[in-house]
Design a protein around this ligand. Structure first.
Ligand code: NAP
Length: 309
């Protein structure tokens, strides 16, 4: 690869995950035996102290990727988890997986773009458990196109899901936490809130917008016992990234090789994508009582990517 080609490759992120490179790797990957569907392999059980024993945790976007790994991780640490997403079969699957590990998780259908849906979701948390200790507002979508090729419908869907969806969640979650005088809210933003890339206009705008929401909420409710922060991951190996890379139909072994190559080229520092489980562990840590002074922070978990700016 020439320097110019390498430079172009580095400029692609979620909006064009080196599709050519990925396609070229299919042949090279033929016969490889590594299973690599990010949603297929449950993460290893977290042993040790149960930091969330008895705590009630709500996670949006728990049917896939980071949210799915987080449902499993919080339940492993003793939490009573309620999670949402729109794909009912995946919700049932995650619920069953958690139960098979001895955990407590309940799937509730909700679309974060709909006010009535979020009201019903938070009301269901209150009906079941009477309180809400941690809200992980994680559901999100992306679109990978140059700005002038991004349709208004795609732009609105990204903003409605990623920003309006979190706003609707905060509006319902905060009164519950104010009543009990405590709570932790974590929002999934992105490294793109700091360092963006071509092909992600709507996504980048949404993830930056989230930091505004997060900071205002942190100021308004910090002194009343509610901490509000954002998790900002660099590329995580999830179905979202695989779809954006045009690699949804690739055999798993080919994706494993493509993902590895992409990480080497695009993530200065660790030179690999993160796993969903690594982000789940970051979410656990940021939401835990150990982080009692963390408020209004956008925490980069980016493998070193932004250090290269
Ligand atoms: N993967 C990355 O590289 C990366 C990097 C930085 C930040 N993030 C952020 O991390 C979060 C999770 O992404 P992921 O990578 O784990 O992607 P993913 O595997 O595609 O998961 C996205 C989750 O969001 C849910 N969701 C989307 N639209 C929804 C809606 N309208 N209502 C309810 N749930 C909805 C999906 O559930 P249903 O489809 O079942 O509704 C799914 O559970 C997103 O906010 C994303 O922007 C990801």
């Amino acid at each position: 690869m020439t320097n110019e080609e390498a430079r172009k490759d580095r400029r692609r992120l979620l909006g064009g995950l080196a599709v050519g490179t990925v396609a070229g790797l299919v042949g090279a990957a033929a016969g490889a035996a590594v299973a690599h569907d990010a949603n297929a392999v449950p993460p290893p059980r977290i042993e040790g102290p149960k930091r969330f024993k008895g705590k009630v945790v709500l996670i949006t976007g728990g049917t896939s990727g980071i949210g799915r790994a987080s449902v499993i991780a919080f339940a492993d640490e003793g939490a009573k988890v309620v999670f949402c997403g729109r794909r009912r079969p995946l919700g049932a699957e995650v619920e069953a997986l958690v139960r098979s590990r001895g955990g407590d998780a309940a799937y509730v259908w909700a679309d974060v773009r709909q006010d009535a849906s979020i009201k019903a979701l938070v009301a269901e948390v209150k009906r079941r458990h009477g309180r809400l200790d941690v809200a992980f507002n994680n559901a999100g979508v992306s679109v990978g196109r140059p700005l002038h090729e991004t349709s208004v419908a795609d732009y609105e869907n990204v903003m409605d899901t990623n920003v309006r969806g979190v706003f609707l969640c905060l509006r319902e979650q905060i009164p519950l936490m104010l009543d009990q005088g405590s709570g932790v809210i974590l929002i999934t933003s992105s490294v793109q809130s700091v360092a963006t890339r071509p092909g992600s206009a709507a996504y980048s705008a949404s993830k930056r917008g989230l930091l505004g929401l997060m900071q205002v909420a942190a100021l308004e409710y910090g002194a009343r016992g509610i901490r509000v922060n954002a998790l900002c991951p660099e590329t995580v190996d999830t179905p979202m990234v695989r779809d954006l890379g045009g690699a949804a139909d690739l055999p798993d072994p080919a994706w494993a090789i493509a993902a590895k190559a992409w990480g080497r080229q695009n993530v200065p520092g660790l030179e690999r994508m993160a796993t969903a489980d690594e982000m789940a562990r970051a979410a656990l840590w940021l939401s835990s009582d150990e982080m009692s002074y963390l408020n209004g922070s956008a925490v980069l978990v980016d493998g070193g990517m932004t250090s290269a700016l």
